[in-house]
Design a protein around this ligand. Structure first.
Ligand code: FE2
Length: 316
């Protein structure tokens, strides 16, 4: 590790998960194992593209994403090494690909945030697909430049197919206001600039826990019944085949999926869902077991196709 005075073991992590979360988890790993962690932070698709460009020459040992489409992209490029059973077995099989080349380590639920002065919960649609209807013109907002929204679109694409997804996106384009970032969507809804927004659950819960400044005029609405709008997105972790430190890199993934890492995750500021059943978020966050997500094979989410569709409709 550059600038590091001792010669102990260390790994380089390309991190596209929220920086603050890894800044909490990495020191706990170092304390437990003596392995230093160098975080290189970026966005899902940016770091995936960088890994593909670097290939065998990449300095990365581990790749962490906010959402799984970027993991699939790196998997398809053949850049991951198989994870040891000990790193994947704590995570239920539906939250990792059958290939064993990476694993989900934390989950986030798609939600609507709605301004309680402007909209009644009873008036909200049963499906996220309904937001493309003219009824919602000028009333909704979202952040299509972000990997979070793009993962939701990837789920819609997988469940509904390309034509339906294209039509849905055209409806959203006609109806919606675009903001850069889920926090900005949250603020816009809270301020009444927009009646509702498509975000992930933790943005609202975090603000509630911190101050309520940008969420007190709003509530969350969870889609149910396996609707595409109930999609649960996975943050992924994998070890690069090009890594010279594979045992240490695998140990890091094992830490993230194991009891210590997952409890640290559950106790952190993040309010994202742990996937190891040994850990659980405290109330008031809606329990993971009460979510009704659609069954989506994580290996089938096509982030690259989503970028093409979003570009076609003019969002990117
Ligand atoms: Fe996020």
């Amino acid at each position: 590790m550059v600038g590091c005075s001792d010669d102990g073991p260390s790994i380089v992590v390309y991190n596209a998960q929220h920086e603050q979360l890894l800044e909490e988890l990495a020191p706990a790993f170092t304390e437990e194992t003596g392995i230093e962690v160098e975080l290189r932070n970026g966005k899902d698709l940016e770091l995936a593209a960088q890994l593909v460009a670097e290939g065998d020459a990449s300095p990365a040992d581990v790749f962490l994403t906010e959402n799984s489409p970027a993991m699939s992209q790196v998997e398809r490029a053949g850049l991951f090494e198989s994870l040891p059973e000990s790193a994947v077995s704590p995570i239920p099989a539906q939250y990792r690909p059958a290939s064993g080349l990476w694993t989900g380590f934390v989950a986030r639920s798609t939600v609507l945030v709605y301004n309680t002065d402007l909209v009644e919960e009873s008036g909200l649609p049963a499906s996220i697909l309904d937001l493309a209807d003219p009824e919602w013109a000028g009333r909704i907002s979202f952040s299509p430049t972000g990997a979070d929204f793009q993962a939701i679109v990837a789920a819609v694409l997988e469940i509904e197919g390309e034509e339906a997804t294209r039509a849905w996106l055209a409806g959203l384009e006609a109806n919606g206001t675009v903001y850069d970032g889920n926090n900005v969507v949250l603020e816009a809804v809270n301020a009444g600039e927009s009646e509702l927004g498509i975000i992930y659950h933790y943005y609202w819960y975090r603000d509630q826990q911190e101050s309520g400044d940008v969420s007190d005029n709003s509530e969350l609405y969870f889609f149910g019944d396996q609707d595409p709008g109930a999609f649960v997105s996975l943050s992924g972790a994998g070890v690069l085949a090009s890594s010279d430190n594979q045992p240490e890199a695998a140990r890091f993934v094992e830490f993230l999926t194991g009891e210590t890492g997952q409890r640290a995750l559950a106790d952190s500021y993040a309010l994202e869902y742990p996937l190891n059943q040994a850990a659980e978020l405290a109330p008031p966050v809606r329990p993971f077991s009460e979510l009704q997500p659609p069954a989506v094979d994580v290996s089938d989410l096509d982030g690259e196709r989503v970028v093409e569709l979003l570009t076609e409709v003019g969002f990117l």
